[in-house]
Design a protein around this ligand. Structure first.
Ligand code: 7TS
Length: 421
């Protein structure tokens, strides 16, 4: 950890229990003025992450993997160290099971293009759910269309839960791939991924987990869950934008074709064709995002210093506090479970008579950042019968004071829109 993330460390040594007090100083963008409650879209970055990116460009910048000189070797080392840090963070068996991509979206597309297009055909099935982010829907729609496979959708209950029985029942014979999110980016509901993976495997299907909203908030261990693929984004877990991860079981990745073709991913090339490099290079065509990987590495170290107990407890407490406050405000409707424990730091809501875009605009007047719209989950919004909604999402560095400001603003919305209640 760099000099710049010492605040947290000192506080942790003193045995501090609520991280927000200690950690806020580590995040240069977090000021008293702005309450940033859009963490499901992207999190803020601690100084050590910013410094790691800066240090790469100031001290180690060279094209990793290409050069044999010292600077390039340092860049390569930085990049591969980051891979090992990700491997440890999610409990993967081998570093080469970690493929760096740009984000969750690219990771899921990689599976669709490299696995699904080559392994599916008419008579086969793909199973996903209506509560997926578009990034875990559109690649499967594409794969089904191009291969002639059928695409089936699981329906969650109104709280966003998909039961093991529902998952088992929806797995039609011939289903070769199932792709489900661990945590819904709208309802915050968590699916029992370990159970789904087990059921999928019994049926002979490959299981893909969208971890975009889970990996930043809970311990996710790929061996424990026994998922075949896990996709997530660095920018949602304190890391820089432009670096994401695809975890894949080695045996599967080894038999897959490359996704993108070009530099760095070949063994040899002739005018008639090419053969591919070993994992993970086979899936990392072109110049890689080594600075992003260095930043992600620093983010992982930061998570590890804080520890999951502190993070999940702080986020659970904030979510509980927000939902309890929201329930007291008339005209506010929370989507999903009434139980705060089932929200995983995500609270999506509507306010009767106030368009979600107006909610976000008025919140912005009070310097509170919330998201409004369909949250890239239109099928789920249709399923819930809601055209649009607003969402507050938390991270461990948020404070109860920020949530108080959010609740005061929420309570004032209808009045500020001209209602007289
Ligand atoms: N899957 C889930 C569950 C997500 O929440 C998101 C992003 C993605 C995939 C795509 O991630 P990306 O990094 O490739 O863009 N979700 C959101 C959101 O809820 N608001 O902004 C982005």
């Amino acid at each position: 950890m760099t000099e710049n993330c010492r605040n947290t460390e000192k506080q942790m040594q003193r045995g501090g229990s609520c991280p927000a007090e200690a950690v806020r100083k580590d995040f240069p963008i977090l000021t008293e003025r702005t309450a940033y409650l859009d963490n499901a879209a992207t999190t803020q970055k601690p100084r050590c992450v910013i410094e790691a990116v800066k240090r790469f460009y100031e001290e180690e910048n060279a094209n990793p993997l290409r050069g044999l000189y010292e600077l390039s070797a340092a860049a390569t080392q930085e990049y591969e160290d980051a891979r090992e840090a990700v491997q440890g963070f999610i409990g993967a068996s081998f570093p080469e099971e970690i493929i760096f991509t740009r984000n969750t979206t690219e990771s899921l597309n990689l599976i669709a293009y490299s696995w699904a297009l080559n392994n599916l055909g008419p008579g086969d099935g793909i199973l996903t759910s209506v509560e997926e982010h578009h990034s875990n829907l559109l690649p499967w729609q594409m794969a089904a269309k191009k291969t002639g496979a059928s695409l089936y959708y699981l329906e969650p209950d109104r709280e966003g839960r998909i039961s093991g029985e529902a998952f088992r029942a929806a797995l039609k014979p011939g289903t070769k791939l199932a792709a489900v999110t661990q945590v819904s980016n709208v309802l915050g509901a968590e699916n029992d991924i370990r159970l789904f993976a087990e059921i999928a495997h019994e049926a002979g299907a490959v299981f893909v987990c969208d971890g975009a909203q889970s990996v930043p908030h809970m311990k996710v261990d790929v061996r424990e869950l026994d998922v075949d693929f896990l996709a997530f984004s660095g920018h949602k877990m304190l890391g820089p934008m432009g670096i994401g991860v695809l975890y894949g079981k080695k045996a599967l990745l080894e038999e897959m074709d490359p996704f993108l073709r070009g530099g760095e991913m070949i063994r040899s090339v002739s005018l008639d064709g090419a053969s591919w490099a070993q994992l993970p290079a086979k899936f990392e065509a072109g110049t890689v995002n080594a600075a992003g990987a260095a930043g992600l590495h620093a983010a992982i170290r930061y998570y590890e210093k804080l520890g999951w107990d502190r993070i999940t407890e702080a986020e659970r407490e904030l979510t509980r506090y927000a939902i309890e406050g929201m329930k007291k405000i008339p005209f506010v409707k929370i989507l999903g479970s009434p139980d705060p424990e089932r929200h995983n730091a995500i609270v999506t809501f509507t306010v009767e008579g106030v368009h979600p875009h107006d909610i976000a605009a008025i919140m912005d007047e009070d310097h509170i950042c919330v998201r409004a719209g369909h949250h890239c989950a239109q099928p789920l919004m249709n399923f819930l019968g809601v055209s649009s909604s607003a969402r507050a999402s938390f991270a461990f560095y948020n404070t109860k004071e920020e949530i108080d400001r959010f609740l005061v603003c929420l309570g004032s919305l209808r009045r500020r829109m001209g209602y007289e209640d």
